[in-house]
Design a protein around this ligand. Structure first.
Ligand code: MRU
Length: 363
C-alpha cells in the first residue's frame, strides 16, 4: 500500500504538540482516501467503534497508541499518573468486545504502567509510546511470517476465496489471510481472489478489493451468497480467512458469514484455512462457545451504505420499519471444519486442543 494508505501512523508528542494517532478512515474507502487524526481518547475510542480502524491486529495497535493519549495533569502525583493511564486502558477496552488482540495489546500497555515506579514516572509516557511502537513493529514481522508459512499451503492453488478484510488495512501491513497471497504475488505466483462482499458493512467489497487491486492482485467481488455456487462449479481451490479470537480447542471467531463458508468448504472438499497471529488466541477459553460476539447497531442493517461510502451517512432505507433485524458481527467456526490454522510460528494442521497446546509449547 502507498504511504497515504498506511493504516496507522503515530505522531509522538513534541514540545509543541500532543501525541496523535493518525488513521486511514476505512469508513470512507474506496470512494475517498482520507485520514482521521485522533488526539484525544474519546476520538480514538469512537474511531474503533465506528470501524475507522478495524481488523483484529489493527484495533490492538491503534488502542496501544491510544493509551498514550491519556490526559495527564502536569502536577499529578505518580499514583494519579498511573491511575489516568489505567482509566485510559479500561476505557479503550470497552470499544469492541470480540477481537482479543485489543485486550492483548492493552494488557501489554498495562504491564508498562504496573512496572513504573514513582522515581521513573517522568519516563512513563515515553515507555508507553515505545511499547506501542514495538507492538506495531512486531505485527509487521508476524504478518511476514504468516505470509511465508501460509504460502506453502497455497502453492498448488490458482483461485482462492476470502471473507471480510484481512490485509494491510486490518493489520500494520501485509495482513493475516491476505499475507500468503501477497507473499506468493511477490514471488511471481499470482492467485485470483474471490472477495466475498461481506454484508452488512462490505469490508470485502470496499476494502479487500481496494487493497488487492492496488497491489495488482486480480480480485473479483462476489456476494456472500455466491460462495456455494462457486465451489460447486469447482472455481475455488481454497478458502482463506482471518480471525478475531481463537479458543484453546481451535474454534475460530471471525466475521459473520465465515461459519457457513466453512460448512460449504467441507461439503465441497475445499480446504479451509485460517491465518492469525498467536495473539489472536485466547487460551483461557476452552471453546468458541465462550467467545463474546459483538452485536452491532440496527442501522447497519436498516440502511444501505451512504452515498459517499461513509457508513450509513445518507444511506437509503433497506428494511421496513416494522421488521426486526439482528446484527451479530462475528460467528464461530468449529475447529473440526478448519483444515489448518497458520500463525507466525507455523501451521497447526487439523486443529484441536492438543495440537494448539503443542504449537504454543514449541514456541
Ligand atoms: O468488524 P471488523 O471489520 O473489525 O472485522 C474484521 C474481521 O473479521 C477480520 O476477518 C479479522 O479481524 C481477522 S484479520 C485481520
Amino acid at each position: 500500500m502507498s504511504a497515504d494508505a498506511e493504516t496507522i501512523r503515530y505522531h509522538a508528542a513534541t514540545e509543541n504538540s500532543a501525541a496523535a494517532v493518525d488513521l486511514i478512515d476505512q469508513t470512507r474507502l474506496p470512494a475517498e482516501t482520507v485520514r482521521l487524526v485522533c488526539s484525544t481518547l474519546p476520538e480514538l475510542h469512537d474511531a474503533i467503534v465506528r470501524l475507522v480502524v478495524r481488523g483484529a491486529p489493527a484495533i490492538g495497535i491503534a488502542a496501544a497508541y491510544g493509551v498514550t493519549l491519556a490526559p495527564i495533569d502536569a502536577n499529578a502525583s505518580p499514583a494519579e499518573v498511573r491511575q489516568s493511564y489505567y482509566e485510559a486502558i479500561d476505557y479503550l477496552a470497552t470499544s469492541r468486545p470480540t477481537a482479543v488482540n485489543l485486550f492483548w495489546a492493552l494488557d501489554r500497555m498495562r504491564g508498562i504502567v504496573d512496572a513504573a515506579t514513582d522515581d521513573a514516572i517522568g519516563n512513563l509516557a515515553q515507555r508507553l509510546a515505545d511499547e506501542a511502537i514495538a507492538i506495531h513493529e512486531e505485527d509487521r514481522e508476524m504478518c511476514r511470517s504468516m505470509g511465508r508459512h501460509g504460502s506453502a499451503l497455497l502453492t498448488k492453488c490458482q483461485t482462492v476465496l476470502t471473507h471480510c478484510n484481512t490485509g494491510g488495512l486490518a493489520t500494520s501491513m501485509y495482513g493475516t489471510a491476505l499475507a500468503p497471497i501477497y507473499f506468493l504475488h511477490e514471488k511471481g505466483h499470482t492467485l485470483n481472489v474471490y472477495a466475498d462482499e461481506t454484508r452488512p458493512l462490505m469490508q470485502g467489497a470496499r476494502l479487500t478489493a481496494w487493497e488487492l487491486a492496488q497491489a495488482g492482485v486480480p480480485v473479483t467481488v462476489c456476494t456472500d451468497s455466491m460462495a456455494g455456487g462457486l465451489m460447486r462449479d469447482g472455481k475455488v481451490d481454497a478458502v482463506i480467512v482471518g480471525s478475531d479470537r481463537i479458543a484453546a480447542n481451535g474454534d475460530v471467531a471471525n466475521k459473520i458469514g465465515t461459519y457457513p463458508l466453512s460448512v460449504l468448504a467441507r461439503y465441497h472438499n475445499v480446504p479451509f484455512y485460517v491465518v492469525a497471529p498467536t495473539n489472536t488466541f485466547d487460551l483461557e477459553l476452552a471453546s468458541g462457545d465462550l467467545i463474546p460476539i459483538e452485536q452491532r447497531g440496527e442501522d447497519e442493517m436498516r440502511y444501505t451504505l451512504g452515498a459517499e461510502s461513509n457508513i450509513h451517512a445518507n444511506g437509503r432505507m433497506a428494511v421496513p420499519r416494522e421488521a426486526a433485524v439482528i446484527n451479530p458481527a462475528f460467528d464461530v467456526t468449529p475447529a473440526e471444519l478448519v483444515t489448518a490454522i497458520v500463525t507466525e510460528l507455523g501451521v497447526i494442521e487439523s486443529p484441536n486442543v492438543e495440537r494448539v497446546r503443542q504449537h504454543f509449547a514449541a514456541s
